[in-house]
Design a protein around this ligand. Sequence first.
Ligand SMILES: [Fe+2]
Ligand SMILES: [Fe+2]
Length: 261
Amino acid sequence: MIFDIKKDLFTLFQKQNIVLSLSYRQIMGEQLAEGLAYTTPLMVGLIDTLLSNLNMMAYNLLQNSIDEAKGAARVHLIAERHATDPLKKEMFRHAGDEMRHSRLFAKMIANTGYEYEEVPDTKEIERATNAVLEFDDDLYAFICRVHSIEIRSWVMLRHYLYILGKYPNENVRAMIPIFEEILDDEIRHVVYTGKWVNKWLEENGSLASTLSECVAHTNRETWHDVSSMANYMVTADRNSDEVPKDFARLTAGRWERTEQT
Ligand SMILES: [Fe+2]
Ligand SMILES: [Fe+2]
């Protein structure tokens, strides 16, 4: 199932009675166009394949758990350093949500029949948090970036839900309400970050190119993720009893890659 994310995004704001600026509409209209990595059939097929066996599913849940913890740490750090109320409050709530998601993803690993040792490496999370320093002097750019990532999370979770809905295994289907709960939060994150970005765009036109670049960047980054996911298939031991330990290989990405542009 392929989503028309541009249309869905505009409708979402309309339902919240948020009037979108022309600038926001134009940028998102251009950037959320066809061929966006996370709306391609290729991505749906990859997720379908990744979830096609319980070992890979466990691995994927663990990865998500780590990514969410990293996201929480970054949002919290930037809120603490740079934001003022009411944005600060919203960002703290956001960080709390992502931390809860991290725990939920980790907990769902049990539904696959696999176990995990302690979600590892505070070091990895610490490293990712430090990578955020790149945004340290620019709250606006940070929120633009987060906005583009939340849109992607929203779409990706809908792909997961669609695929999980087809799964015959009852324990796996039991994850669906938890995914739905996480999806509700991600939608809220899309809305509040979008609300701020939209407001700032009206006050300061120079943010337009930042937002545009952030969405384009998230798209490029997602193509990297697609290739990492495909690469994982090369080495995945689909019959192993253990969740692979070297998940860092796949999770190292996201924000760290930001530094390269
Ligand atoms: Fe999340
Ligand atoms: Fe989120």
